[in-house]
Design a protein around this ligand. Structure first.
Ligand code: ATP
Length: 440
């Protein structure tokens, strides 16, 4: 019996397929020759990677394998090649498969790689050099970046959630999905702290179901695996199988402070002081100029889809202090980089004053300046006061310090709901395979 971790990534494309689906099929194939040491892992990486298809997901299976790891590797490569045979996007995409012997969480390089892959852009060379120093068997192109980062993820002490994914029968892929959205709303309202981001509360639609020719029928997210099983009632289309994944989704694993010059596609938390007034640009997005801790100007953008963040963005004024979790976009305005926000902490709201001319002591009208150093004159009754001064009024602010996120159902894959607390006890008991791979 050998302890191994099998990692996959980039096994999908805009034309169909999905890394998690292949992982489920692979698990089904090897079920009689393995013991699970953990739930299958669904690991989301840097959400700003431009070549991702959807949510930048990789998977990892921590196993005891009753056999030779090379045999497991050959099977994984063969299955990936069969699965992706019809793909016509080979110039830009390359699946990645890894079989890593031993415990990746005792290899500091893999842990470092996972955390870097959440925030930065990594090259294939770095990954190969890490893998070549280990006994890992690997295959493929760019996909090995995510596949390798994924096997270093979710070690002891790291926060996690679950996602229960239902997969479609092959003959159904491409057809309309049959889902009871009302039932999803009912379940999501029953267990709001146990399940999250499954319903778009702005539209009442099921956020858990993708659109298009995807093998995923729906994926339900939350902290309580047993509650997630209640979502089976939402499906009026019979799935072919289910997989229960443990995941870094909705745990803010990318929330680490950015400390140097911003680089395109970097992700993390930006501490900044607002220096400009918000502008609404075409499309309804809101942009506000800010200055970072190290004095770099940056345009913070709140996209319309992240409602209510743009509404919060519109309430910012110069002097406010914020921390914005998000990423650097490849656009600049007059050389100033753009930072898109997924979550916002308003740490300090500036005091806002308005300067006004005084009222006329004789008739009560608002006076007008009589010229520099000449005091004020009443335009109505003609009263003049050479010593009158302008008055400063403190304006009330609608914005209060706190944390702001998009409405649930619209949270970024990694963004933690505002009310959720991090798990501190993260010891995982090896699950029974029949509880994580459910054949219908
Ligand atoms: P899905 O969510 O449906 O699985 P996806 O959004 O995960 O699709 P992929 O097709 O897997 O998209 O493409 C992401 C690609 O980006 C993979 O090749 C992966 O190896 C690579 N990648 C992931 N993170 C990084 C990173 N930090 N730096 C460079 N490349 C990365």
């Amino acid at each position: 019996m050998t302890r191994v971790v099998v990692g996959f990534d980039d096994i999908d494309s805009e034309w169909g397929g999905c890394t998690t689906h292949l992982t489920g099929l692979f698990l089904y194939h090897i079920r009689s020759k393995v013991r699970l040491l953990d739930y299958p892992l669904l690991v989301r990486l840097n959400p700003n990677i431009p070549w991702k298809t959807r949510g930048n997901a990789a998977t990892a299976l921590h196993l005891d394998y009753y056999g030779d790891p090379r045999e497991l590797y050959e099977l994984a490569v063969w299955m990936v090649e069969e699965y992706t045979r019809d793909r016509d996007d080979w110039d830009v995409k390359r699946p990645g498969v890894i079989v890593y012997p031993g415990d990746p969480h005792s290899n500091p390089r893999l842990i470092w790689l996972y955390h870097k892959a959440l925030r930065d852009v990594i090259t294939v060379d770095i990954v190969r050099s890490i893998l070549d120093k280990s006994q890992a068997l690997y295959h493929g192109g760019r996909g090995i970046i995510g596949a390798t980062a994924g096997i270093g993820a979710l070690g002891v002490g790291e926060d996690y959630t679950f996602e229960l994914i239902a997969y479609r029968r092959p003959e159904m892929v491409g057809k309309e999905r049959c889902l009871f959205e009302d039932e999803a709303i009912r379940i999501e309202s029953l267990a709001p702290t146990c399940t999250f981001n499954n319903v778009d509360w702005l539209t009442g639609r099921l956020a858990a179901a993708p659109r298009g020719p995807d093998p995923v029928l729906a994926g339900f997210r939350g902290d309580c695996p047993d509650m997630l099983k209640a979502y089976r009632r939402v499906l009026c289309e019979e799935p072919s199988f289910w997989v229960l994944y443990r995941s870094n989704q909705h745990t803010d694993p990318h929330d680490s402070l950015l400390t140097g010059e911003l680089t395109i596609y970097n992700t993390g938390t930006l501490k900044a002081r607002i220096t400009g007034w918000p502008r609404v640009i075409s499309g309804g997005h809101v942009v506000v100029r800010a200055s970072t801790d190290w004095g770099e100007d940056v345009d913070i953008i709140f996209y319309r889809e992240t409602n209510p963040l743009p509404r919060i963005g519109r309430l910012l004024v110069p002097g406010d202090e914020v921390r914005a979790l998000g990423g650097v976009k490849p656009y600049t305005h007059n050389g100033v980089k753009t930072f898109a926000v997924e979550k916002l902490w308003v740490d300090k709201v500036a005091t806002l004053y308005k300067t006004m001319s005084p009222r006329c002591p004789r008739c009560g009208s608002r006076m007008k300046s009589a010229g520099t150093g000449k005091g004020y004159k009443c335009p109505k009754c003609g009263y003049t006061d050479k010593n009158a001064r302008s008055i400063k009024i403190r304006l009330s602010r609608e914005l209060i310090p706190g944390v702001y996120t998009p409405k649930e159902g619209r949270l970024g894959h990694l963004v933690m709901p505002r009310w959720r607390s991090k798990r501190t006890n993260s010891k995982i008991n090896p699950p029974d395979i029949n509880n994580v791979f459910i054949l219908e």
